[in-house]
Design a protein around this ligand. Structure first.
Ligand code: ZN
Length: 156
């Protein structure tokens, strides 16, 4: 059996976010909150967003679980502050594609630090860990504003 390794640089970035999570706090003025759990691994997050008009004014989370799940949501929330809803939805879809092994997505620089998690796509049981925050984000966007981008939302 091949046993793929995350590059050490990426591993450090993941651990750094895990140890010093960004935006990990209760958000008082939230407009939407989504709870997501990954019982297989024991990961849990509550993503809290304050959506104003067409953008995310603020994003925070609380949660616990493995380093991958917590680092992914930490990285995600850094990208969501002030983000346009359409961009946030596109980011979630792009990240999901990368985690499902799409190589074009893996090279997409718009993913930024999130590309550190690309190696996780080679560990099927951990993919759900990495996707937890983005699944919550997509739920939140659906709940708050309906399918972002209108009728084109289900083209995958
Ligand atoms: Zn996990």
């Amino acid at each position: 059996m091949e046993s793929p390794q995350l590059s050490s640089l990426y591993q450090q970035l993941i651990l750094e976010h895990y140890r010093n999570p960004r935006n990990k706090a209760e958000l008082d003025e939230k407009t939407v909150e989504i709870h997501m759990a990954n019982p297989v691994c024991g990961d849990e997050i509550r993503l809290q967003l304050r959506i104003e008009g067409d953008h995310i004014a603020e994003a925070k989370f609380v949660g616990s679980g493995c380093s991958i799940s917590q680092a992914a949501v930490s990285m995600m929330t850094t990208r969501l502050q002030g983000a346009n809803l359409v961009e946030a939805d596109a980011l979630a879809k792009r990240f999901t594609e990368m985690m499902h092994g799409d190589e074009t997505a893996a090279k997409d620089k718009t993913l930024g630090d999130l590309r550190a998690l690309e190696g996780v796509s080679k560990f099927p049981v951990r993919i759900k860990c990495a996707l937890l925050g983005f699944d919550a984000l997509q739920e939140a966007l659906k709940k708050e504003v309906g399918e972002v981008g209108g009728v084109g939302g289900d083209l995958n």
